[in-house]
Design a protein around this ligand. Sequence first.
Ligand code: OKP
Ligand code: ZN
Length: 343
Amino acid sequence: MKTVYSPLHAGHAGQMELVTSAIVPGFEKPSRAEFIKARVESEKLGPIIGPVEHDLTAAKRIHKADYIDFLPTVWPAWKAAGFEGTAMAFTWPTRGLRGDVPPKRVDALLGYYSFDAGATFVDGTWTAIKSSYDVALTAAALVKGGERSAFALCRPPGHHAGAGFMGGYCYINNAAVAAQWFLDQGAKRVSILDVDYHHGNGTQEIFYERADVQVLNLHGDPMVEYPFFLGHADERGASAGEGFNVNYPMPFGTNWDAWNASLEDACVKLAAYAPDIVIVSLGVDTFEKDPISQFKLKSPDYPKIGHRIAKLGLPTLFVMEGGYAVEEIGINAVGVLTGFEDK
Ligand code: OKP
Ligand code: ZN
């Protein structure tokens, strides 16, 4: 399997993150992608190639144009305003406030275009976002071109980003962009299987009323886990999309057996949908030692995930999402991919 990777992710570095009661160095850091790349090499998964640059047309097929156009302006505007450090939102238009009038200040616009303080900017952030998008589309083209699978080593991740907002380390929803791109290239149906520990609220939102993209999400129960405000089992899609969104919220402490039961159910539903392409939103923050997560998967479990996905027998694009136990992130992420290749 080919991996698509760009070194330009590395400029998205050194930002601070707001967590319960403190501002700390961000968990979503460059070493994540470097550990994964190193493991791709040491496991001889296959060639690592650079991305082809794309314009933003594919992003605007699923994101609002004003939101996408805002992203490259953030850091220059932040500097021009005389601010320093990490560009971070602090005010949001929640219920009872106006969500339809974009303010003029960049610090306020950060809140207008986000749902939390977790999508921050430094100097290299836009370049990294754009490279991650290019990586996803380049890997998608490999699968469209006939390869059985491809690995988009995306950083930053994407699954929390909705049509018009960022959050949770995510800006452009790479998996959703790829899904729409496959449809625009002639696919009739695409399934997105999101195995990241956190609910992919952005992906769900983007396709919620559509029947041409099935979205299956395995994640920590939003009653007690981020992103809290989406991801319940009763969210099954709406109008034309009724039945095409499937959520598997699971409790803290979920181990392989329980998690695998959800994966199995999701794979049965996926197979019944019979998509032309499967996109895996590949997060490995389900790992027992993940510093921000509460599931109990172990390293030997990850190849089993890949093996089950391979049994679907469908062209598969893996898109990197989360995973914060950097020492093991490569072992676990590449474990899924080698498990897929072993069939
Ligand atoms: C991203 B992915 C607020 C951030 C709180 C966010 C976790 C995002 C996980 N500052 N934590 O799904 O792995
Ligand atoms: Zn996650």
